[in-house]
Design a protein around this ligand. Sequence first.
Ligand code: AMP
Length: 585
Amino acid sequence: MAEKIIGIDLGTTNSEVAVVENGQVTVIDITPGHPILPSFVGLADDGSILVGEPAKNQYVLYPERTVKSIKRRMGSADRVELGDQSYTPQEISAIILRRLKAIAEAHLGEPVHKAVITVPAYFSDAQRQATREAGEIAGLEVARIINEPTAAALSYEANHQGHKKVLVYDLGGGTFDVSVVGIEDNVVEVLASHGNNHLGGDDFDAKIVDHLVAHLQAQGADPTASRRAMARINRAAETAKIALSDQPYVRIEEEYLLERDGTPVNLVLELARHDYEEMIAGYIDETLEAVHIALKGAELTVSDLDEVLLVGGATRTPIITERLENDLDLEVRAEVNPDLCVATGAAIQAGMLAGESVSAVLVDITPYTFGTSAVHELNGMPYPFYYVPLIHKNTPIPVTKSEVFYTMHDNQKAVNVHVYQGEDQDALNNIELGQFTVENLSKVPSGNPIILQFALDLNGIMQVSAREKNTGLEKSIRIDNVLARFAEGELQTARERVDALFADVEAGDAARRVGPAGATDHQLTAQARALVEKAERLLDQASDDDREDLINLIEQIKDALAGENFTALREPMAELSDLLFYLES
Ligand code: AMP
């Protein structure tokens, strides 16, 4: 059997090693269940070498004997101090590579001599040469150095036939790169690249750290002089940031962070995703500008691109996908774990060089989108069944996502939660999987936050829970088999629904089904009811004249609804909607 070649992502913050086994890529665990090696090297108290997590853990306490981000210095003549010795960047990188080599050998049960190592597309010849030397120092023959975006594209497109152009958007801990990559029958080529090698998830952490420090300072406690306190604040900030990728709020709690006048100071603060997103908006803007610069470099425009591939842990921040989808109007793919796809691609390249056949990377993803309904504008009017997806199709599973919703009325006693599968903006055109009601909500003004959580596991079991944020009052349901194809009954219903639409159109009765702004009967009915409900709530506070108009319009709408006269709804709905707008502003 040919000798194994391993694939290595030698990253600024984290490194990974992967290999092809039986035609499939395995990213090898560093510790059980954990395939990521922090790119940190340090000296322990007793002078022994620490690599990865233990070195990272001591960084804030002993920066003088810990090295991080050595990748930034590759190709320079710098030397770094570690204890009483100094080392070249190649030597430090070699320590990381040696650890990865040993991990691969333990996994494979055989010695490893060759590797494919990835580097950023912008690396100069000197930086590439330094990486090659690091490999050699570690006892690895570097079979090939490949560009990180090339590797990422390979992880998605191994065995791709035909050609396409993709944008690889890579936001890691400390660096950002965006590359335009052309793929032609398995030949992957970087056409242009742009980035900022001092922008990444660490900067997002820093924004949260600033916020936390300001919060403490406002209470008269200043943590900035204490290294230990700042280390804890940094960790808390990163943990909070990661939590906010899946939930709308996070509670940050660090007890006994400091002492002030002999009394302990605790840090207790809640951070909302929305506020966090505002903190980092400037950074996201910067990355989008870089996208356009890279496109210009490749002499292409957005319309030449087929899709965006996400790479790097920080791309799990949901606002990034949202902005890329909205600003570029492209499909954004993240099925291959963004932390592991560069190593995966390196292993695919390594497998090809070793003459192994490599099949496409298999990941467990949900083929369906799941969401709920909420009141939102549809076709210019408030509509109570507006679809709000929580888990998008192609998301790797298991996955847990939560979002916040707000009650509509003062003293609202209950909320009804619907769970749907589908893509349509109108939830009623999707498949309803279940519903439940949370009762006995607190007597508070409208805007009471309710946190809805969807947790989907590999067996297709979905747990949906809704929790009143302020009290913790919670209700949940479990829905089985959500990944199975439509059950026969549902398929039948869907078929009938589609048939019914066509039947009406074929009977020349399209106008009856489709209302003023393209809305269908049920949308129109629901919108009309929502308008009436809203108008009734505003009756008390309206002036006499307005109240008369409101009552009039409400009656016209109710009459039309009772008689199922959908065409007669148009005028009074438009008038009522204008009047409400005026009354509310
Ligand atoms: P990488 O260099 O690609 O390993 O990316 C590391 C960066 O991704 C660090 O800043 C992490 O804090 C960040 N990161 C990891 N997971 C998440 C997440 N779920 N949401 C946001 N950022 C994350």
